[in-house]
Design a protein around this ligand. Structure first.
Ligand code: IPD
Ligand code: CA
Ligand code: CA
Ligand code: CA
Length: 261
């Protein structure tokens, strides 16, 4: 039994995401300040930072007992998964935000004692929010979304991390060739949304906790399988390679990763 009312949580998170969206669109009308972090392709902007501060403020007000793990800034870190933990990615796909001004998301994943409760991913430019969880239905903009099917890998499009596929890391290039086609959106949130909407059969990438928390929680509402390449479950606080796919394709991807050579 969870200590949190999920209907209230859903309403709170969807309200915060709408407010985030308004602020992001307003900020895009002015100059966006871009900084690099670890390398020239690892970007952060004033908009990422402002939106993280905004969301942390809202979470602290509504759930003062919660720990918060956000991408930008070190002040809010969860030491472990005890209690209520919110994972926040204030802009997922910052490179797309900067270079395309589209194809980026805001993500919130909520966990209690390590178990997923709820996830929400907003495609900001499309104003589309996908939500779901183990005890919460899959929804798009608060309306029921049919669960995606379970096709063979060969019958589905596969979302992939660009560098991993181009370098054929863990045979990902070969695996992508065995699908109906590879797609590289540059935003984990957009990939998870596409799986939920039946547009992709799966997604393989190297992800941080805030990249995966919302998608993994939403996936519990429609049978998404999410593991490491060796089939082990995800330890949420550890970054690593993630294979998220519908069951038949997930099994085929793991087989190819582990048996090709
Ligand atoms: C990135 C995106 C991208 C993934 C990277 C992430 P960010 O998130 O999700 O698709 O390949 O690993 O870091 O940094 O733009 O929030
Ligand atoms: Ca980043
Ligand atoms: Ca991210
Ligand atoms: Ca981010």
């Amino acid at each position: 039994m969870t200590s949190v009312a999920i209907a209230q949580l859903d309403q709170n998170v969807r309200t915060w995401l709408q407010e985030s969206r308004d602020q992001i669109l307003a900020a895009m009308a002015s100059k966006v300040n871009v900084d690099t972090k670890t390398n020239r392709n690892d970007l952060v902007t004033n908009v990422d930072k402002a939106n993280q501060l905004f969301l942390i403020g809202k979470i602290r007000q509504a759930y003062p007992q919660a720990h918060i793990e956000g991408e930008e800034g070190t002040s809010a870190k969860a030491a472990d998964l005890t209690g209520l933990v919110f994972f926040v990615d204030p802009i997922d796909g910052t490179m797309n935000f900067v270079r395309q001004r589209a194809n980026f998301a805001v993500m919130i994943g909520v966990y209690e004692n390590g178990q997923p409760l709820y996830g929400a991913i907003m495609d900001v430019m499309a104003n589309a929010v996908v939500t779901g969880g183990p005890d919460w239905p899959l929804q798009l903009n608060h309306k029921a979304l049919s669960a995606p099917g379970d096709p063979e890998l060969a019958a589905g499009l596969l979302g992939v991390n660009g560098p991993m596929a181009l370098k054929n890391k863990l045979h990902l290039g070969d695996i992508a060739l065995a699908s109906s086609g590879a797609r590289m959106s540059g935003s984990a949130g957009m990939e998870f949304n596409a799986i939920a909407r039946g547009q992709l059969v799966g997604y393989v990438s190297y992800l941080q906790p805030w990249d995966i928390a919302a998608g993994l929680a939403i996936g519990r509402s429609f049978g998404l399988i999410v593991t490491r390449p060796d089939g082990e479950p995800i330890k949420l606080l550890e970054p690593g390679i993630v294979v998220a796919a519908m069951p038949r394709a997930q099994e085929q991807i793991l087989l190819m990763m582990n048996e090709l050579d």
